[in-house]
Design a protein around this ligand. Structure first.
Ligand SMILES: *Cc1c(COP(=O)(O)O)cnc(C)c1O
Length: 388
């Protein structure tokens, strides 16, 4: 069966009520027929549900679909994307280990690596992600973990994941990729040599901005260690959120095609506008890594950035003039959202780091939604024309 069929047809076992849509298993714990069965299930001698911090039919269904989409042998779900990212590090690393990470990361990841894991003696070196030689130079004998995003948030910088994975050869390294922007529809990093792929399910996997969630898929040896950490520290995904996320996966393929089609059309319509310094989108020929984007990603994705001339003042004016797009820090919603990273998601970064990542005062991230592209083009053009 094709993945699209499986994304729709994988389902928790049907109950005696013969429901069509999967029920919500809102239960903290599960029952045992007798104390002996409880003992056997706890001792792993028998399969069975125990407690929803460990497993739950809705959560397991969601993870099974994600593993299928990412071509992973194992996976585990979390309450948020950040809980997943933190658990990958807390579960696999110890004091004295070294991490190499791309400098273009989601803001909270930089906070974890500089202020939290650093506090426990895990050192991190940040490198310009696209520069494979910089990764190579940063690897030390105690390096254990490589972490990156491609495309990055919000700079839309790409990393050649195959080349990055090749650096692991002959070394004991774990490559973890935050695949939030691309989703498994556009790229499957495990097939390119990554060991773990991590998602904020809050974004495209939910797709309608309703719930928070996270997931890690990848090699069983690593997932087992992360599972030990998660079971005993408790960052579990709620069954209700898992139910939403699993249903949303039925439409992920369709949605990503349409998000990408709309984003490409909007990028083309706005590129060259006089009110802008530039438009950045992986599938635009002007993107510095256009060739890599075409090779590594099935579509261009739903995110583009606009660099508005005149800085924050003009961004504020532009945001007031938009009639359709929302102003919000989320992305991956069916509703188009604009975000000003310099003053919100990346506001904690020092000025020189923002500059290095291209996060200018005029930069606006556009998470293109599923509205009519004609309406979106008209909305962005009327706003840009008025601030020009
Ligand atoms: C939003 C986001 C996260 C964090 O996910 P939460 O679900 O908000 O915790 C991590 N990485 C990327 C790329 C994101 O966009």
């Amino acid at each position: 069966m094709q993945k699209q069929t499986k994304a729709i047809r994988i389902q928790a076992e049907r109950s005696q009520n013969r429901e069509h849509s999967v029920p919500l298993y809102l239960t903290s714990s599960f029952t045992f027929d007798d104390a002996e069965q409880g003992r056997a299930i706890f001792a792993d001698e028998m399969a069975g549900n125990i407690y929803s911090r460990y497993m739950n039919p809705n959560v397991d269904e969601f993870v099974e679909k994600m593993n299928m989409l990412e071509n992973a042998e194992d996976g585990i779900a979390f309450s948020t994307g950040m809980a997943a990212i933190f658990a990958s590090m807390a579960g696999l690393l110890k004091a004295g280990d070294h991490v190499v990470a791309s400098n273009a990361l989601f803001g909270s990841c930089i906070q974890i690596l500089t202020k939290i894991t650093a506090k426990w003696g895990i050192e991190c070196t940040f490198v310009p992600g696209a520069d494979i030689n910089a990764w190579k130079a940063a690897i030390k004998p105690n390096t254990k973990f490589l972490f990156c995003e491609s495309p990055s948030n919000p700079g839309l910088e790409l990393i050649d994941l195959k080349e990055l994975a090749a650096l692991k050869e002959g070394r004991d390294l774990i490559l973890a990729v935050d695949n939030c922007f691309a989703t498994p529809i556009l790229q499957t990093p495990l097939d390119l040599g990554a060991d773990l792929v991590i998602h904020s399910a809050t974004k495209y996997i939910d797709g309608q901005g309703r719930v928070l969630g996270g997931v890690i898929c990848g090699k069983k040896v690593y997932i087992d260690e992360i599972r030990f950490f998660a079971r005993h520290t408790g960052p579990s995904l709620s069954p209700f959120n898992a139910w939403i996320l699993s249903k949303s996966l039925e439409l992920l393929d369709l949605r990503m095609q349409k998000h990408s089609e709309n984003a490409m059309a909007l990028a083309e319509a706005l590129e060259g506008h006089q009110a802008l310094n530039n438009v950045k989108y992986p599938y635009l020929k002007s993107h510095p890594q256009y060739e890599l984007a075409k090779r590594q990603m099935k579509y261009g994705g739903g995110i583009l950035t606009l660099d508005i001339k005149g800085g924050f003042e003009k961004v504020v004016a532009f945001s007031k003039l938009l009639k359709i797009a929302s102003i919000s820090p989320n992305l991956g919603d069916s509703r188009t959202i604009i975000t000003h990273p310099a003053s919100t998601t990346h506001s904690k970064l020092p000025a020189e780091e923002k500059a290095a990542l291209g996060i200018t005062d005029g930069l606006v991230r556009v998470a293109v939604g599923l509205e009519s592209i004609e309406d979106l083009k008209a909305d962005f053009l009327q706003a840009l024309n008025q601030i020009n």
